[in-house]
Design a protein around this ligand. Structure first.
Ligand code: ARG
Length: 459
């Protein structure tokens, strides 16, 4: 353990594989900037409480800015003993400003507080970015729902069986509202991510009366974590983000699945742009919806990371245990997976071609069976009875091999004599969607109202 920052009490060397197994520098180096800003805030607070001098602080700050510049310009050299980003930065600071002063940076501080400070600051910024990306995607959804409101009526499904006619816009907005709830949940999560652990020490707090509020403010946190033991041991903020991401990716997965189906030759309601499709190495005719399939598939990876880390973090003894280092990789992967996925989904929707003629071709009169029942309801017939009557009409049409809307008035009246001439107006898909005009329905006015509500949520 010679050359390690913590090497004082060791006499034996470390197994090289153990060194590699233990090290987190290969991924936590991504957070070099957060780590340096955290160190500057810590040194400033130490100067304020007088445990280091103002001059020493100035020197530490100058040195850390140089380390930052090296990272920014890709000239920082990681050394074999650099176990993680915290030790790497401190080692380099010592080389730049000398060990006498650099050795004071870690006064009263532990990597246990440093690591969560870095992760919380980083995740906070990524959440802001994901928020922006999600808002942009929602704007595309809203605009598309508005533009396509007119003639795009398609079958709506339950159990994947044709159920009732719906506007394409209503289908799209169903996901719009799900994503808007996701956005709301993300913003809620941020509140718990953005709390400062600095000043918690290894577990027991700070012995030099450090000004925790001052550090929290400097680093942009909304307050501090109030218990030092909890502050260093909790990765709840990671778990909550993984839970958020898992639910979000579940929505993305369902959305993709619908579009994969709708883009098949059998449905043909939509066609995916070349930019998000790929071909087959063997079959020349193929155009596969790979973008959507990846969106659908990535949810599995996200759920797995969530489940994996929840397993890791349960049944740990208080407070810091190295198991917690296992929170890094799921967090990093979740962020990039989600951020890429939102942008791909945005691209797919922005370039999606709708094929209203195919939607129309998929509409069949049985989708209007409920409307036929509703027709008699409006004449005062109890719904249970009208349901049965309309069912008989469906059966009759199947028996005769005549589409429901092509049965004659006489044939309908033979089933129930309360069918009057205007029943023929029922057999119209536009009329059907327009009749569902209560809030949330598929009529033009209901859909427009939903667009307004959704848009207002984004403000
Ligand atoms: N790389 C470590 C992590 O991610 C940093 C904290 C190390 N603390 C310690 N006591 N070994 O958790």
């Amino acid at each position: 353990a010679e050359g390690m920052l913590w090497g004082g009490r060791f006499t034996g060397g470390i197994d090289p594989l153990m060194h590699k197994y233990n090290a987190s520098i290969s991924y936590d180096k991504l957070l070099y900037k957060e780590d340096i800003l955290g160190s500057i805030a810590f040194a400033r607070a130490n100067a304020k409480s007088g445990i280091i001098s103002d001059d020493e602080f100035v020197e530490i700050e100058r040195g850390l800015h140089e380390v930052l510049k090296e990272w920014d310009t890709d000239t920082f050299t990681i050394r074999p003993n650099d176990e993680d980003i915290h030790t790497a930065n401190e080692r380099r600071l010592g080389e730049i400003i000398g060990k006498d002063i650099a050795g004071k940076l870690h006064t009263g501080r532990s990597r246990n507080e440093q690591v969560v400070c870095d992760m919380r600051m980083w995740l906070r910024e990524r959440i802001h970015e994901i928020d922006d990306q999600l808002v942009a995607f929602l704007q595309v959804i809203i605009t598309r729902a508005e533009v396509e409101i007119s003639d795009h009526i398609m079958p709506g499904y339950t159990h994947l069986q044709r159920a009732m006619a719906v506007r394409f816009s209503a289908w799209l907005l169903s996901f719009g509202f799900a994503f808007a709830s996701d956005l709301e949940r993300l913003r809620e999560t941020l509140k718990r991510v953005n709390k400062s652990p600095l000043g918690s020490g290894a577990l027991a707090g700070n012995a030099f009366n450090i000004d925790r509020d001052m550090m929290a403010k400097e680093l942009g946190f909304d307050g501090i974590l109030w218990n030092s033991m909890g502050a260093v041991s909790s990765r709840d903020f990671v778990t909550e983000f993984l839970q958020w991401g898992s639910m979000f990716m579940g929505h993305i997965s369902n959305w993709s699945q619908d579009l994969i189906l709708y883009s098949s030759s059998e449905f043909g309601f939509v066609s995916i742009a070349d930019a998000y499709s790929t071909g087959s190495s063997l079959m020349p005719q193929k155009k596969n919806p790979d973008g959507l399939e990846l969106l659908r598939g990535k949810s599995g990876r996200c759920f797995g990371q969530l489940a994996g880390f929840m397993m890791t973090s349960k049944a740990l003894t208080s407070t810091y245990n190295k198991d917690l280092q296992e929170s890094w990789e799921p967090m990093l992967d979740h962020v990039s997976t989600i951020s890429d996925s939102i942008q791909i989904a945005n691209g797919i929707l922005s370039t999606l071609t709708l094929r209203p003629e195919q939607m129309l071709a998929a509409l069949d009169p049985t989708l209007l069976a409920t409307d036929l029942a509703d027709f008699l309801v409006r004449k005062g017939v109890p719904f249970r009875e009208t349901h049965h009557i309309s069912g008989q009409v469906v059966a009759k049409s199947e028996e005769l091999g005549i589409p429901m809307d092509k049965l004659s008035l006489e044939q309908l009246q033979a089933i129930d004599d309360r069918f009057s001439k205007d029943v023929m107006d029922t057999f119209n898909y536009e009329t059907s969607v327009e009749s569902r005009s209560a809030k949330g329905g598929t009529s033009r006015s209901s859909v427009l109202e939903q667009i307004k509500v959704l848009r207002a949520l984004l403000k």
